[in-house]
Design a protein around this ligand. Structure first.
Ligand SMILES: Nc1ncnc2c1ncn2[C@@H]1O[C@H](COP(=O)(O)OP(=O)(O)OP(=O)(O)O)[C@@H](O)[C@H]1O
Ligand SMILES: [Mg+2]
Length: 471
């Protein structure tokens, strides 16, 4: 049994249609004005709407329009008088799926309503399926690059990555160092229709201008001294795939101009070459700089910026999503544990707190390094606070954190002070780990025992003169 909404200001017509459809076993609600009908639909969805066209003040076209804007999947049929086909056509354009011309026998109404209800069922099914597909592809995005994080900014980012992936637009990925820009670029490629094609990265900052030019566009033999054979550029290598221009903020004005031309014309010439090559490449770019500010200061071409910036993605720094730290730490234990220290399975609450206290200027990469380092020292199944790198634990780290001073220098403490502090912490850790055995401590630190005595005295771990005996 389906629910059908009938709207007709003619009592005879309305009641006649209602009787016909009720006889067929459907639940029917009938109204004599467009406004009442629309209100009823908005209160609860119907499987189908049958509405008269000529009504005052709200006509059938208006009913179709308003119901459709409330529910884009609504199935509607309009009832027209003989000779008003144009209006029926208009109603179809507004979203009605069928029309019926007065007068009509009950069988015709019945047949058309059955057809409409079938369409309605199919539309609902598709709606459900596409919600399902949506959820699935979200998982696919995650699986592709294993982007870890449950925080709201990461969730938002993932949904934007999914949208960006299905299009072929250029994407500009902005974020501080170590936030995962390359990871995001890979994910976009992996879920895009180009996933079967190559993913090619150019680290723009690493190369001098002339090298970068031939890296990007290739060169012909003899193009310059040392060009002993033809070299294909990264654009050519990325044909039918994706090209990531990493650290795009670092490229020179002349390369900016050349790049703009390639993006506009989708064709290029190798350095020293005549031939024009067509390339089919999706370009992604990444930078830790504020590219808009670079444009404002005249260091980056505005037209190129707009070409690259069609879809902008910003990855927030780790300090703005501290709730991801625990999950990331566990992820990195699982990632590196098996080869570095397979017995470690997790981390202690103290260790987690220590990780949470730190500001992570190097973002996820710094966290990953810290975990890898801790795994080397770890002795039990859980990483402890003591096993974390020195800058993360101990009273100094806490005090430093409280002042917001360590490890990002603020200019309020000279570097030698900070280094002494670190040295003291490292010595303390090694001394503890060695159980107070000085030769072992020296071995852990990779220094001579005599040098260790000097430092132990300097930092007050032992009294002057104690250096005579070995323990
Ligand atoms: N959300 C995350 N989940 C899992 N791993 C991550 C995440 N973010 C970053 N990483 C990992 O952190 C490391 C650094 O990421 P990536 O190289 O993508 O950063 P980046 O922004 O390109 O850094 P840089 O500016 O230094 O080039 C990589 O090993 C990456 O796999
Ligand atoms: Mg990078």
């Amino acid at each position: 049994m389906a629910r059908v909404l009938i709207i007709d200001d003619n009592d005879t017509m309305r009641e006649g249609m209602a009787v016909t459809l009720k006889k067929q076993g459907h639940e029917v609600a009938a109204f004599r004005s467009g406004a009442e009908g629309i209100a009823a639909y908005q209160k609860r969805r119907f499987d189908m709407v049958v509405t008269d066209l000529r009504m005052e003040p709200v006509d059938g076209i208006e009913v179709v329009r308003r119901v459709r804007s409330h529910d884009s999947e609504a199935v509607m049929m309009v009832v027209t008088a003989h000779g008003t086909i144009e209006t029926a056509v208009q109603a179809m354009q507004e979203g009605a799926c069928d029309f019926i011309t007065k007068p009509f026998p009950p069988e015709v109404l019945r047949a058309k309503v059955e057809k409409g209800l079938e369409l309605s069922a199919t539309r609902r099914q598709v709606q459900k399926l596409s919600a399902h597909v949506e959820a699935l592809s979200q998982d696919a995005v995650r699986a592709a690059g294993s982007m870890v994080g449950e925080s709201e900014p990461v969730q938002k980012l993932l949904s934007m990555v999914r949208k960006a992936a299905v299009s072929d637009a250029t994407v500009l990925i902005q974020g501080e160092s170590g936030t995962g820009k390359e990871l995001v670029a890979r994910m976009i490629h992996e879920v895009s229709p180009r996933r079967e094609g190559p993913f090619v990265v150019v680290h723009c900052a690493a190369l001098a201008e002339t090298l970068l030019e031939s890296e990007l566009f290739g060169h012909e033999r003899g193009a310059f001294t040392g060009a002993v054979r033809r070299k294909l550029g990264r654009f050519e290598l990325a044909d039918h795939g994706t090209l990531l221009l990493d650290e795009i903020g670092e490229i020179s004005p002349s390369i900016q101009t050349k790049l703009l031309r390639v993006l506009q014309e989708k064709e290029l010439q190798r350095v020293g070459g005549e031939e024009t090559l067509k390339v089919d490449v999706r370009v992604l770019s990444a930078t830790h700089r504020d590219l808009k500010a670079e444009v404002a200061s005249g260091r980056f071409r505005e037209d190129l910026y707009y070409r690259l910036h069609i879809v902008p993605l910003v990855i927030p720094p780790l300090r703005e999503r501290p709730e991801d730290i625990g999950m990331l730490a566990r992820h990195f234990i699982a990632k590196h544990g098996p080869k570095v220290n397979p017995k470690v399975k997790g981390l202690s609450d103290d260790a987690l707190l220590a990780l949470g206290r730190y500001a992570w200027p190097g973002n996820v990469r710094e966290l990953e390094n810290a975990i890898e380092q801790a795994l080397v020292f770890a002795e039990g199944e859980q990483l402890t606070e003591q096993e974390l790198p020195a800058f993360l634990h101990g009273p100094q780290a806490r005090a430093a954190h409280a002042q917001g001073a360590l490890p990002i220098p603020h200019g309020d403490r000279p570097l030698p002070d900070i280094l002494e502090d670190l040295e003291r912490q490292l010595i303390e850790r090694a001394y503890e780990k060695a159980g107070g055995v000085k030769t072992e401590t020296a071995r852990l630190l990779g220094i001579k025992t005599s040098a260790l005595y000097y430092k132990l005295e300097k930092y007050g771990f032992i009294q002057k003169g104690e250096g005579g005996q070995t323990s």
